[in-house]
Design a protein. Structure first.
Length: 142
């Protein structure tokens, strides 16, 4: 998820939490340059959020040690007109790369999957995949 900080104070708070870890990996000059770039990009994007009318699904990780994804997800929900938020308490910042995270399943579960431009529950329906079926069957859900 892309984090778009509300203002400089929140931005600095996000950075202070993980600055030590990042400074060990990335040279400090490069890190500062990237943070300034992120700040200017966030200001630009935040000023245009009101114009977004498309359906949006914001995914946030509960174990995100890099940014406050959950708070940011709900801020985006309040700024975007047609937005749903899904928080995953056991996933981190790079949840799309984590094992067991299936983006298509999340999109289908949030009723955001579309085959056509308009919402049509019949034509948009996708039957569960074999992995989804096995997951439910193994857990004994239902």
């Amino acid at each position: 998820m892309i984090c778009l900080p509300v203002n400089l104070i929140n931005f600095q708070y996000c950075v202070q939490c993980s600055f030590q870890v990042l400074s060990d990996i990335i040279p400090k000059e490069t890190l500062l340059w990237r943070l300034k770039l992120l700040q200017s990009a966030a200001a630009y994007a935040n000023s245009r959020l009101h114009a977004v009318r498309a359906e949006s699904l914001v995914l946030a990780g509960g174990n995100d040690n890099l940014l406050r994804s959950r708070d940011e997800a709900y801020r985006l929900k309040s700024s975007l007109k047609n937005c749903k938020v899904r928080c995953f308490k056991d996933n981190g910042h790079s949840m799309l790369m984590e094992d067991g995270f299936n983006l298509l399943t999340i999109i289908k579960g949030a009723c955001k999957y579309r085959r056509t431009r308009r919402l049509d529950f019949v034509s948009d329906f996708l039957p569960p995949s074999m992995s989804e079926f096995k997951c439910v069957f193994d857990k004994g859900i239902g």
